[in-house]
Design a protein around this ligand. Structure first.
Ligand SMILES: Cc1ncc(COP(=O)(O)O)c(C=O)c1O
Length: 406
């Protein structure tokens, strides 16, 4: 066959490199930054003796009985698609948990959607709520995904900055000035990534009044719900009048150390779950079956191991927060999740300078606070999802680093 002269068999010819891909990629992509967190993992690649306080995932392996159940299910040939909503048995276990722990009733048949991580659930929630131009309040400092996902859904993210002096809790005074005719929804996450802040029932009640007054919808990301070290977690939907206007997100990544399984879920009124399910059905079809089987086992028999992991996080929390304070870096006391958020203002460095220099000189990865929103400026996010030995080593390196800056 005669070769077509306009094509080359060599994939790296200059003619192919001249493609202008920017005209094919959507405009909204230009608003989506590369994750500020990834950068620090990329530069650490190949360097030995690195200690990472950067990563937002537990350092424990998923408990064996969960892994074993997954292995058995594969051996038995349980490899097919599940219902779009997720296995009914899993939804029933989730419903049982919320009823037993919080007295909240969610119908497993219509008010629960199993997703590929909380990440997918957040995307579905935003895509089903946002029309082009709708404003969505994002309580900051915030997990890095919300703002890009709002842009991708055609919405306008509106930052609501919390304050250190309020323990990074969101107040009606923070919210009110940001609400306009176009505000449709609000996203928040307590226990919080990156600050470790939590909200009490009273704190939530105060903002619930504003939410009702302005008829807003809520996305409450409670993926760190189990990691509450002081008091007990209050699901936002436990507040009067909030269950009917809230999409509650939760999952298995953090509580059962199952990040790679990719499993989360959304709890919401049936009509909202139906809308989210339509998107999920076409873009994902269903969450991975093996992970769903692991999640059933986690809910049925995983509580003891979960609690023991949380007790270990609590010990590390005390260690790291004390360590920062002793070294002169004022550290807000985190009450949940597994992040500390010390201020590095006393060093005279910006958050990015601190992260870059601390890594270059001492090979410790920390994440600049400003990538979680303006209120994070002057702070670092340091996860304590590293062993106590690594945390002690990192604090020793920090002491050397700070001494050299004096
Ligand atoms: C607040 C928050 N939400 C969601 C996620 C993602 O969770 P998943 O692994 O279930 O997608 C993370 C991960 O760090 C997170 O910190």
């Amino acid at each position: 066959m005669k070769q077509n002269q306009s094509y080359s068999s060599n994939p790296s010819t200059p003619s192919q490199q001249k493609m202008d891909y920017s005209k094919f990629i959507t405009h909204s992509m230009s608003k989506v930054p590369r994750s500020g967190i990834r950068k620090y993992f990329d530069i650490a690649e190949g360097i030995e003796d690195v200690i990472s306080l950067g990563v937002g995932e537990p350092d424990f392996v998923t408990p064996w009985h969960i892994r074993e159940m997954c292995i058995h299910s594969i051996e038995k040939g349980e490899t097919a698609y599940t219902s779009n909503f997720g296995l009914l048995e899993l939804r029933e276990e989730i419903a049982k948990r919320y009823k037993n722990d919080y007295g909240l009733y969610y119908d497993p048949k219509s008010e629960i959607l199993v997703t590929t991580g909380v990440s997918e659930a957040a995307d579905l929630a935003l895509r089903c709520l946002i029309d082009p131009g709708d404003e969505v309040l994002v309580v900051q400092p915030a997990y890095v995904s919300y703002v890009p996902l709002i842009y991708l859904a055609g919405g306008v993210p509106v930052p609501v900055n919390t304050k250190l002096e309020n323990d990074f809790r969101v107040t009606p005074e923070d919210l009110r000035p940001k609400i306009t005719q176009k505000t449709k929804a609000i996203v928040f996450n307590y226990p919080n990534n990156p600050t470790g802040a939590i909200m009490t029932r009273k704190d939530f009640e105060a903002i619930a009044d504003v939410i009702i007054e302005h008829d807003l919808f809520v996305i409450s990301d409670e993926v760190y719900e189990c990691m509450t070290y002081e008091g007990t977690h209050v699901p936002f939907t436990a507040l009067e009048g909030m269950k009917e206007r809230t999409i509650l997100l939760n999952g298995f990544s953090k509580s059962y150390s199952m990040t790679g399984f990719r499993l989360g879920y959304a709890l919401a009124p049936a009509e909202i779950i139906s809308a989210m399910m339509l998107i999920h059905q076409y873009c994902m079809l269903c969450a991975p079956v093996t992970a769903q089987i692991g999640a059933i086992e986690a809910l049925k028999n995983g509580r003891e191991e979960m609690l023991s992991m949380i007790r270990e996080f609590d010990r590390r929390r005390v260690l790291i927060v004390d360590g920062f304070n002793k070294l002169g870096l004022d550290c807000f006391e985190p009450k949940g999740a597994f992040y500390s958020f010390p201020s590095i203002r006393s060093t005279g460095l910006t958050s990015e300078e601190f992260a870059d220099q601390f890594f270059a000189e001492k090979h410790v990865i920390t994440i600049p606070g400003n990538i979680f929103g303006d209120t994070g400026t002057g702070h670092m996010r340091c996860a304590y999802a590293a062993s106590r030995d690594d945390i002690k080593d990192a604090l020793g390196r920090l002491e050397d680093f700070l001494n050299k800056k004096k």
